[in-house]
Write a protein that binds this ligand. Sequence first.
Ligand code: UN1
Length: 511
Amino acid sequence: MSVPVTHDDVSVRTRAILARLGVDADLDVPRSHASIVARSPITGGNLASLRTADASDVDAVVADAKAAFAEWSTVPAPVRGGLVRELGELLREHKDDLGALVSIEAGKIVSEGLGEVQEMIDICDFGVGLSRQLYGNTIATERPGHRMMEQWHPLGVVGVITAFNFPVAVWSWNAVLALVAGDTVVWKPSEKTPLTALGVQALFERAAARAGVNPAVAQLIIGDRASGQALVDDPRVALLSATGSTRMGRAVAPRVAERFGRVLLELGGNNAAIVTPSADLDLTTRGIVFSAAGTAGQRCTTLRRVIAHSSIADELVDRIARAYDTLSIGSPLNSDTLVGPLIDAPAFAGFQKAVDAAVADGGTVRAGGARVDEFGEYAYYVQPTVITMPAQTDIVKHETFAPILYVLTYDTLDEAIALHNDVPQGLSSSIFTTDLREAERFLSVAGSDCGIANVNIGPSGAEIGGAFGGEKDTGGGRESGSDAWKSYMRRSTNTVNYSNELPLAQGVKFT
Ligand code: UN1
């Protein structure tokens, strides 16, 4: 166990970081229904009290973003890339501070806080290159003397709603692509992580000043549910990109669809690893432990289910349980900690409920299962938990945002793939095998039904270069790399007649 840190230490450090990042918001507004209280899950103590945006604030911010779009959308894309380059430079300079703030507010261990900022830097680099590669196709036409092509134009205002668990990187995947695409951005972060959002916004505004760009191209709303709702319903918001629970996505999607807006949804996951008899169990155990216990089980890509061949399941569970015994649980600010706290009391209640439900369903707790309570009444640290299950019951099909790993067994690969896909979510997945046929089968159409499918690595920790997102209840959106930028632009198909004739398509005659 690592040494607990005091709330005063955390508080003083937070204020110093915010000052260095250039945050000038009032951090001590009087506490009332109109304030959002920032807290640290490390101790459960409060860090700041911030003014909550009201409906007229949201209206004004969206109006500014819409007005800024008129100019920003006409700036050449490679010049837009210059803004993203400045942002990337500032993130490099302030990586340690922003990473520490992520640790303080989201509870991530030091290297994961830094890793999240690294994702931001990486997507900035990607965005700079992308700003010269917003390619459209030239298409063969059926008419002589004609040329057909497509262009990608900026879309408009992009609303970005983010979750507590990736409080800074998810904004950057969206904002960087949107800005390069010529869109403007309005960000509504989780109420649980307002300070990291203020830190990012302060750096963004500095980047805009350095690049000589109107800072209204990317704005922030510190608000509650009502602010998110206002973005969802605002017809000026052309694309609403929302990361969070499936429940949230189910509420958001029809409302945006009703006004013919676009959505990009990145919702829950229930990610599994199939472990076959040929798997390298050393590597597999390491892959499983990072994916399942890392970030205290609070990634949407966290490994939640292992589907192990019955011939190796016992040995695998023993290895995982032994590895779990060695994981140091404690303050994420201590560099030797591997497992930090859950975000808050409801997250802990969810953990307890899931462990109880799994046991009631016939599960056996093979590691963990309990709270670690020496960090104070309001800090919710739990032991990473492994539960062997007799079947894939309802609780296993449900995403509980906590470090609980359910283990199921199988005898044939068909059975394993059927179990794998028999959950509502479809984000990330993996197979551990050294058998080429099994690996390829898992990656094929007859294998994993997820947006991400990996071989011999766990489901979490995706790089920014690939498209990120998943199917079914995960919402279908793709963010970050590959051609995810297309979601942030509108396609215009253009046909040009450079002849003196007017031949009609499909051979139609009209004379
Ligand atoms: C999330 O948990 O919302 O693949 C995003 C990963 C990270 C992103 C997770 N790059 O685990």
